[in-house]
Design a protein around this ligand. Structure first.
Ligand code: SAM
Ligand code: SF4
Length: 467
């Protein structure tokens, strides 16, 4: 074992060693192979990268092919019922593979595993699952994996551990070499009435600023170009620290690091978004002029029922300040359609807010009742078919808004990051505002910044030429 074991994994060394030994004897081929499939948000992606980092420490390589995997782990998302159904569908499909290859270990982790009803369903209906662990158990993963591989206990389970340990220093395995996620905090204290996150991810805890800055510095030195600071509500970063630091200050410190890179962050909660943050963005050298600021609803009554703790007017005030300081700012957001009790008139207020702000893009969701949240037991008289119609109406409005915004960019010269060669052979690039631009050019540009002149707008995608 050549890699150094971090402090947070102290006590786990022997399991790392034992798992590596066990797998070298029993895997179908060498090195043993793991398939880690992550559902949901960037926070889950970041957790999946840590799990993969630990698997690599234990000698695993990675595959996307279920047939050749020795270990399959689904890193689950609980935010909406749809994500849960998809995971259960995919899990059911593994039953036959497990029957044919009993040595295959199947595991589940992530937010869904912190829900009692889900844990019960897994135990009762999916007995071939050998390992279950929740969002607080990352630093126990080697031990849990080893015990599950031994198979002494039919089902190794660790859930609901109320543990404030931060998974600091865990090895991280990143798929790409251009973009990286850096969690700056974990959990959420906001309890929006529809949301399961505070129940499955626990209370807010912030990483020490020097750890965050150290990780960003290292990523920049390794050549990463697009670094996103992550948290459920980055604007409340730092509150529990011995020496509290505001998110704006943390962002400023990250921006002061030398190098050629972009910095992004998500998610900003409008109730805590400050003018100080906007000022830091406006003055930043590396900070993308992109603000992801979920508004969820344009109606004050619905916002109150959602327990969002800001008003439509307050939201528009922050947006106006951001536009004043950065006229080229790109705004994106999350929105929920069909919250319990929402009327068509209130939904129209959501549409009017979308038109007023002019978002670059939106993550759009139909309300999904999550067991245990207050909204799940609210009266919800609007039928699903009606909500679907509203949803379609919303998509049409957003397409119109995004297309208008993109059309206004034709003729501009923009700095982009060349991300990859697309299937059609063009270079797929991204602006700081998170808009995709297709250009013709050599593959050798992938991973570097370039200037492009926008020649055409195709709805919400731009076409351009290298300037
Ligand atoms: N912390 C972020 C915030 O407050 O903006 C969002 C985190 S959540 C994982 C991502 C988005 O999922 C939310 O902004 C919301 O729009 C959506 N969402 C959360 N719970 C939902 C539910 N029960 N039904 C539909 N959409 C939901
Ligand atoms: Fe969920 Fe609200 Fe927390 Fe976002 S701020 S994770 S929507 S409870």
């Amino acid at each position: 074992m050549t890699q150094q074991i971090p402090q947070v994994l102290r006590g786990q060394e022997k399991y790392i060693e034992l798992t590596a030994q066990l797998m070298s004897q029993r895997a179908a081929s060498f090195p043993p192979k793991a398939l880690v499939r992550t559902y949901g948000c960037q926070q889950n992606v970041a957790d999946g990268e840590k799990i993969k980092g630990m698997l690599r420490l234990m000698g695993f390589a990675f595959t996307q092919n279920e047939e050749e995997a020795d270990f399959i782990l689904f890193n689950t998302c609980a935010v909406r019922e749809h994500a849960e159904d998809r995971m259960f569908g995919n899990l059911g499909a593994l039953k036959n593979i497990k029957r044919r290859r009993p040595s295959l270990l199947i595991g589940l982790c992530g937010c869904m595993m912190e829900e009692d009803n889900v844990a019960r369903r897994v135990r009762e209906s999916f007995p071939f699952v050998g390992l279950v662990f929740g969002t607080h158990s990352l630093h126990h993963f080697p031990q849990l994996l080893y015990e599950a591989l031994l198979g002494d206990k039919k089902h190794v389970v660790e859930r609901g551990v109320d543990d404030m340990t931060l998974p600091e220093g865990l090895p991280v395995y990143r798929e790409g070499s251009i973009k990286a996620f850096v969690p700056i905090m974990y959990g959420c204290d906001n309890f929006c009435s529809y949301c399961v996150v505070p129940y499955v991810r626990g209370r807010e805890r912030s990483r020490q600023p020097q750890h965050v800055i150290g990780e960003v510095r290292q990523l920049v030195q390794e050549g990463y170009r697009d670094i996103t600071l992550l948290g459920q509500n980055v604007n409340s970063y730092g509150k529990g620290l011995d020496q509290p630091v505001s998110f704006a200050r943390l962002l400023q410190q990250a921006d002061e690091l030398p190098g050629d890179y972009w910095l992004r962050f998500m998610t900003s909660h409008p109730k805590d978004a400050t003018k100080e943050l906007i000022d830091v963005m406006a003055q930043g050298e590396h900070i993308c002029r992109h603000l992801h600021l979920p508004f969820q609803s344009g109606s004050n009554r619905v916002l109150r029922e959602m327990n969002r703790r800001y008003t439509r007017e307050r939201y528009l005030e922050i947006v106006a300040y951001a536009k004043e300081k950065m006229p080229d700012i790109s705004l994106t957001s999350d929105v929920i359609v069909g919250f319990p009790g929402e009327t068509y008139e209130e939904f129209q207020q959501t549409l009017s807010l979308i038109r007023e702000v002019g978002f670059t893009s939106l993550y759009t969701f139909i309300f999904s009742p999550r067991p245990g949240t207050p909204a799940a037991s609210m009266e919800d008289p609007v039928p699903a078919a009606e909500k679907s119609r509203w949803f379609t109406e919303l998509l049409a409005v957003q397409e119109e808004v995004a297309a208008k915004r993109c059309a206004g960019m034709v003729g501009d010269t923009l700095r982009v990051l060349v991300e990859e060669v697309a299937k059609n052979g063009t270079l797929s690039c991204r602006t700081g505002g998170n808009i995709v631009v297709e250009v013709d050019g050599p593959a050798s540009l992938v991973g570097s910044f370039a200037q492009v002149r926008v020649t055409e707008a195709k709805n919400w995608i731009l076409k351009g030429t290298l300037a």
